[in-house]
Write a protein that binds this ligand. Structure first.
Ligand SMILES: *[C@@H]1O[C@H](CO)[C@@H](O)[C@H](O)[C@H]1NC(C)=O
Ligand SMILES: *[C@@H]1O[C@H](CO)[C@@H](O)[C@H](O)[C@H]1NC(C)=O
Ligand SMILES: *[C@@H]1O[C@H](CO)[C@@H](O)[C@H](O)[C@H]1NC(C)=O
Ligand SMILES: *[C@@H]1O[C@H](CO)[C@@H](O)[C@H](O)[C@H]1NC(C)=O
Ligand SMILES: *[C@@H]1O[C@H](CO)[C@@H](O)[C@H](O)[C@H]1NC(C)=O
Ligand SMILES: *[C@@H]1O[C@H](CO)[C@@H](O)[C@H](O)[C@H]1NC(C)=O
Ligand SMILES: *[C@@H]1O[C@H](CO)[C@@H](O)[C@H](O)[C@H]1NC(C)=O
Ligand SMILES: *[C@@H]1O[C@H](CO)[C@@H](O)[C@H](O)[C@H]1NC(C)=O
Ligand SMILES: *[C@@H]1O[C@H](CO)[C@@H](O)[C@H](O)[C@H]1NC(C)=O
Ligand SMILES: CC(=O)N[C@H]1CO[C@H](CO)[C@@H](O)[C@@H]1O
Length: 828
């Protein structure tokens, strides 16, 4: 998304020179007397035996024996298809740029060369670009740095996962260049970060240790500064900070943006492990040891914390920013986590009279405690006592509840969600699984699609070559490496069961084109994962599916695969529709037309770019999706004016799930700017959502959701009727529509409507949420049950939830700053 929001202006004054004020820990001394409570073991009512275990990374070999990593040694043939420099290098090994990794040589300049060479998109100079992607690879070693490494747009920074390389700061580390050992978007002289924080997409950092222990404890050192947005991830990183009394170190610092996903991070020491604020984020498997405050929440709308382990800290999660008169934190969802040997679990500033009314909303479920003096500490002392011995809090919430009726201002225990056993691991936690990196597979277990004849040059028709490479890899049990490139396809790409496919630099793009995908009444999948009825598993990561030119009949991903007893996954696989070189759907072709009334007859049909982003059919089941962004571009990433110029691209539907069995996990997914809906679930069940996020198309209601896509009853399309009554809310697409479905669990749901025909006046604070009438629809009468949504945040929408067409919750009852927040919504 690309709006700048008022709340951010509070933080824009922040710069590298003005460090975030360090906080005093003295409030611990005011903590209330020690209290003990013991609760029974966690026992969600619907639990029976789970069917699989949450898997982890392959264990790293013992020190000294560092196994080679296939990515380091595979032939490097990835290319930037639409970069005019034919010698442009996608894969960069930092050692080829002069880095020594010997722990003695200052590698700062060499690492920076590896990132910047090739005329790439630099912060402060370039807003965004898709033509200069890079993998910056670190072999094992210790890389000494004396100043910040500055990240560029569209960069994957990857270390050898078999023995994590260490980025070691010198004792005289200079912070004049940036904020942090790695600065994802350094502050410029303008006082703003280099890349617009809500437009900083397509980047990753994984498999590294950031060691700050040489930097004196009293210096406010930062591991990673990461003000980013969708399609970004941090994975498998450790932060080693000073544990000295008075330490000012922090691990990850985020002050703005619209994220995003992070997982498998470990923090040692420091004042704050996490010091973060952003519209929304999904974060899981974070472990904190010996931090003063494990998580300091600066602000948010919604943030989902899953599988968090906090050990030997002073404070677990401080969400009291702003104080009761101006609560900064919209909502926090914390599940399947533990807090141990930490005097204060959570501090909040929410009270019955705090402002804004619905802010500071907190939901937690299945949280283990051990030796925690106070679980929740409020402005006037203990809100929820702690526990000396081990105990579990099944579920507890603080905020606006809509259960049998609402709103009810509620604080206290609540019955936990009824968790379908099919979604759980053996310990009763929701199943989770990190992106496979194949660290223990030898190089000969990989095939390169380019070796097998696919060109990926953006021009050649690669349909045949890609299809046969995928089949060969599946048949021979190999992982298919899709080298960076744009693979133009003119009919469907079929991914059979047992496929394992991995892309490069988030720039391995399947690009549909031509007449096969041109019929709005006869849509075709671009990528079809299994045929209906096929069983098995598929692993697919780090890729993008896109369209080129008008493709009104393109379904980007169709998922038919049935996985039972094992789980299939999509990690960092995104749909990107329009807004990049090669799409033929840029500002030249598809400008916005806010001052022209768009009708079926004057609508520019050459900008109808997809029928649907993703369809999980009746057959598809056992699907794990993590960090998946289905994006219809709202602006041009390769705008020649370097100004993120907005564009109008029409796509019909976002993510449609009609799986009969369900069993689908959505960790850190977002779906944006489709016409009829972003998410729609029909006749399905057992779906876990851990922070989902949507945006309504910016052009709506000009035109509204009735055009250009005809209603397809076979897909249970919502029926909109065109309204000429200007006092009625317009027919914009749904953010989330649930019909005839059960056991739908939303742990963090953000449904945003910022615009009315490209004007944001309708979503400004105090404007009366005028962008959209309704955004979240629960339908199907008694056939829909077991829907639980925690921390629903909406923007610009009058009615936050409707049940069978009747308003359940009005925004006016749940104002929470820029957003409106409901803490708990449950159907019967
Ligand atoms: C910083 O320390 C390194 C040794 O760790 C030394 O080589 C270098 O000269 C120092 N730089 C400055 C600017 O003091
Ligand atoms: C952290 O740094 C200390 C001091 O350099 C070192 O002893 C320790 O092994 C490091 N821990 C990790 C996890 O890197
Ligand atoms: C930490 O430092 C403060 C003041 O600098 C001092 O009062 C306190 O006793 C110290 N704590 C420990 C555990 O050393
Ligand atoms: C959590 O992250 C740590 C650190 O990367 C990793 O060792 C562990 O396997 C992860 N756990 C799971 C369940 O993935
Ligand atoms: C929590 O953070 C606030 C600043 O947002 C600070 O004033 C307060 O002291 C912190 N509370 C604790 C217990 O550290
Ligand atoms: C907290 O304490 C203050 C000062 O004693 C009091 O005015 C306020 O009403 C209390 N708030 C709550 C929620 O108890
Ligand atoms: C559209 O209309 C508004 C107000 O009527 C005007 O301010 C704006 O300049 C117009 N935009 C264009 C692109 O013509
Ligand atoms: C860049 O876009 C902004 C609005 O998004 C506009 O005000 C400004 O004039 C544009 N600048 C250029 C150089 O096009
Ligand atoms: C428009 O809708 C409003 C609200 O439902 C209604 O009161 C009004 O009569 C309608 N106007 C027309 C012209 O139908
Ligand atoms: C239930 C509840 O707290 N409702 C409040 C919603 O917000 C408005 C304005 O902020 C209050 O007036 C209501 O009391």
């Amino acid at each position: 998304m690309m709006v700048s929001l008022p709340i951010l202006s509070l933080l824009l004054g922040f710069s590298a020179a003005t460090q975030y004020p360090s906080k005093s820990c003295s409030s611990q001394d005011d903590s209330p007397r020690f209290t003990t409570v013991t609760r029974g073991p966690y026992s969600p009512s619907a639990r029976s035996s789970p069917i699989y275990s949450s898997s982890s990374q392959a264990p790293a070999p013992t020190a000294g024996a560092c196994a080679p990593y296939w990515l380091e040694n595979i032939k490097h043939q990835g290319a930037a298809a639409f970069n005019s420099d034919s010698t442009y290098q996608v894969f960069r090994n930092v050692k080829d740029f002069g880095a020594k990794g010997d722990g003695r040589t200052d590698d700062t300049a060499a690492i920076q060369r590896a990132i910047s060479s090739g005329n790439r998109c630099a912060p402060g100079v370039c807003q965004s670009s898709t033509t200069t992607p890079a993998v910056v690879y670190f072999p094992s070693g210790t890389y000494l740095i004396s100043a910040s490494i500055i990240d560029y747009y569209y960069t994957q920074i990857i270390g050898n996962p078999n023995c994590l390389p260490t980025i070691l700061a010198t004792s005289n580390f200079s912070s004049t260049r940036g904020l942090g050992l790695l600065d994802g978007s350094p502050y410029q002289s303008t006082g703003k970060t280099g890349f617009g924080p809500t437009n900083t997409f397509f980047r990753q950092v994984r498999n590294l240790i950031f060691d700050m222990t040489n930097i004196p404890a009293n210096i406010a050192a930062t591991g990673i500064h990461w003000p980013t947005a969708q399609a970004t991830s941090l994975q498998n990183l450790a932060f080693n900070m000073s544990s000295a009394n008075g330490t000012q170190h922090q691990g990850v610092f985020i002050e703005e943006g619209s994220g995003g996903f992070m997982t498998d991070l470990v923090f040692y020491g420091g004042l704050n492990g996490f010091n973060v604020g952003n519209q929304q984020f999904t974060t899981r498997n974070l472990t904190f040891h010996n931090c003063v405050t494990a998580i300091n929440q600066l602000w948010d709308w919604g943030w989902t914390y899953k599988s968090i382990s906090i050990n030997n800290c002073q404070v677990g999660l401080n969400m009291s920013a702003g104080g009761p008169d101006a609560v900064n934190v919209g909502s926090i969802t914390l599940i399947d986590s533990s807090i141990k040997n930490t005097p204060i679990g959570i501090t909040t500033s929410r009270t019955t009279t705090s402002k804004p009314d619905a802010a500071g909303s907190l939901y937690f479920e299945n949280v283990k405690l051990e030796n925690v003096r106070t679980t929740i500490f409020g402005t006037n002392g203990t809100i929820l006592a702690g526990s000396t011995g081990p105990s579990v809090i099944d579920a507890w919430s603080d905020g606006h509840r809509y259960t049998s009726n609402g709103p009810v201002e509620a604080r206290g225990p609540i019955s936990p969600s009824e968790r379908p056993a099919t979604l759980l691991d053996p310990s009763g936690k929701y199943y989770e699984r990190s992106k496979p990196q194949y660290s223990n597979l030898p190089l000969h277990k990989f095939l390169s699609v380019r070796d097998l004849g696919a060109r990926g040059d953006g021009a050649t028709d690669d349909t045949k070559a890609l299809n046969s490479a995928i089949l060969l890899a599946a048949k021979t049990g190999k992982v298919l490496f899709i080298d960076a490139g744009y693979y133009r396809v003119t009919s469907t790409i079929y991914i059979p069961p047992q496929s394992r496919i991995v892309g490069e630099a988030l720039s391995s793009v399947i690009l549909s084109s031509g007449s096969f995908f041109a019929d709005i009444n006869f849509p075709q999948p671009v990528v079809k994962v299994a045929l209906p009825g096929e069983r098995g598993t598929v692993e697919w990561s780090d890729m993008i599916v896109s369209t080129s030119g008008p493709q009104p009949g393109a379904i980007l991903i169709e998922w038919n695969l049935a996985s039972y007893g094992a789980v299939s996954g999509m990690w960092d696989v995104h749909a990107r529709i329009g807004g990049f070189v090669g799409s033929q759907l840029q500002v030249e072709q598809c400008p916005t037309t806010p001052n022209i009334t768009i009708t079926a007859s004057n609508l520019d049909t050459s900008c109808i770019a997809a029928y649907m982003s993703m369809h999980v059919t009746k057959f598809g089941t056992g699907l794990y999706m993590e960090n998946v962004w289905l994006w219809t571009a709202d602006h041009d990433l390769d705008d020649a004016r370097n100004n993120n110029t907005q564009i109008t691209i029409y796509t019909g539907r976002g993510l449609y799930i009609e799986s009969e069995r369900g069993v689908i996990w959505l960790y850190g997914t977002s779906v944006e700017h489709h016409s009829k809906y972003q998410y729609q679930f029909a006749d399905t069940r057992s779906i876990f959502m851990g922070q989902i996020q949507t945006e309504t198309a910016y052009y709506q209601p000009n035109p509204d959701a009735t055009i250009p896509f005809p209603t397809n009853p076979a897909l249970d399309d919502p029926v909109f009727s065109y309204s000429t009554n200007s006092t009625l809310p317009a027919n914009n697409g749904w953010g989330l529509r649930i019909l005839r479905s059960s056991s739908i669990l939303g742990y963090g749901v953000g449904l945003y409507s910022f615009f009315d025909d490209y004007s944001t006046a309708c979503s400004q604070p105090g404007a009366g949420a005028r962008c959209q009438g309704t955004i979240f629809s629960v339908e199907g009468g008694a056939l829909t049950y077991g829907v639980s949504v925690y921390n629903l945040n909406t923007v610009g929408t009058r009615s936050m939830v409707t049940r069978d067409g009747v308003q359940v919750a009005s925004f006016a009852d749940n104002v929470s700053g820029f957003v409106d927040t409901i803490n708990v919504y449950r159907t019967e």
